[in-house]
Design a protein. Structure first.
Length: 332
């Protein structure tokens, strides 16, 4: 294909532009902020979201959706979950019917409790093939060309296979999947569990506690994914276990950093106000709790994270409550 449009110029969008540029003749990277787009286009570095990484020569940065989408053959959207509906409403009149749409956003919409691909579908209608791109991937490591594996998942498996061939390269290996529901639930809920992982490390609870939290967190991902219509086996792959382990253990994880700082006594508002980066897990926590209630699923770790983030519960109290829950067989 000759042209790719990436809609969203944060760290992850910029990293994808870097790693996918060799696979296309031209890549457009759209940023909402006109001043930032002009600066990045001129300097070739996204100093706000991905310092020290130089954009490839065939990447054009713009704040114009019309320019970004001109003659594009595939769209990858990389934006916070709460703006997906608004941005796609603006995109729709500019998209030729049949343009493949790929969501690389990890989150859930607050009002509707919908997965991001569901939000996109509700805006664009039935005439666009949709896929999700997800998996364990810190933006900086991807941009630096460090080996990374992702999954492209779609109900249209041929589309997933096409994306696999298009996107795979020397440092990026893409697997094709046909369970976008499980892939999106895994990508969204792992951010919530990662806040808990940060709390474990911030309270110096040890490796045993972190291993237990990740394992039981995976059980919560699996329960919610299956209840939503996904498959349990997806949670043992890149979109589930892979992304969960990375986000819970890596120092580049914004959601883990939120948990660490909460455990150290910082206030949530101060934590979020200190960075332009988005920690999706903070917003996802409340949405996941609502979705779980609708589907009749228990998410004890997510519930405690919600209490810490929104109800004033102390991190140590949340850990105490998790350890004091009624005993049960492991499979439940």
């Amino acid at each position: 294909m000759s042209k790719l449009a990436i809609i969203g110029g944060g760290g992850w969008g910029t990293a994808l532009a870097c790693v996918l540029a060799p696979r296309f003749d031209s890549v457009s990277l759209w940023m909402h902020e006109a001043d930032l787009a002009a600066t990045v286009e001129q300097t070739r570095v996204n100093q706000i979201f991905l310092q020290g990484i130089t954009l490839p020569a065939n990447v054009r940065v713009t704040s114009s959706l019309e320019a970004a989408l001109h003659q594009t053959e595939i769209v990858v959207s990389v934006m916070p979950s709460h703006v997906v509906r608004v941005v796609y409403t603006q995109l729709l009149p500019l998209l030729p019917p049949g343009t493949p749409l790929v969501s690389a956003t990890k989150g859930l919409e607050a009002v509707t409790l919908e997965r991001v691909s569901e939000v996109i579908r509700s805006v664009v209608g039935p005439n666009f093939p949709i896929a999700v791109l997800t998996g364990p991937s810190f933006a900086r490591e991807v941009a630096e060309g460090k080996p990374t594996a992702l999954v492209a998942a779609s109900h249209d498996f041929e589309l997933a296979q096409t994306l696999q061939q298009l996107f795979s390269g020397p440092s990026l290996r893409v697997y094709a999947g046909n369970d976008p529901i499980g892939a999106e639930i895994g990508g969204a809920l792992k951010n919530v569990i990662a806040i808990g992982a940060g709390i474990c490390d911030g309270l110096d609870l040890g490796h045993n506690a972190l291993a237990a939290l990740i394992t039981r967190g995976l059980a919560e991902l699996t329960r919610l994914a299956v209840a939503a219509g996904g498959r349990a086996e997806t949670m043992s792959g890149l979109a589930g276990l892979g992304d969960l382990v990375l986000t819970c253990t890596g120092d580049l994880s914004r959601n883990r950093q939120v948990g660490l700082k909460l455990a150290h006594g910082l206030l949530l508002g101060d934590i979020l106000g200190a960075t332009p980066m988005v920690a999706e897990g903070v917003k996802t926590t409340s949405v996941a709790i609502e979705l779980a209630a609708r589907l009749g699923v228990e998410l004890p770790i997510a519930r405690q994270m919600h209490a810490v983030l929104n109800e004033g519960r102390l991190p140590a109290e949340a850990i105490r409550d998790l350890m004091g829950r009624a005993l049960r067989p492991e499979g439940l």
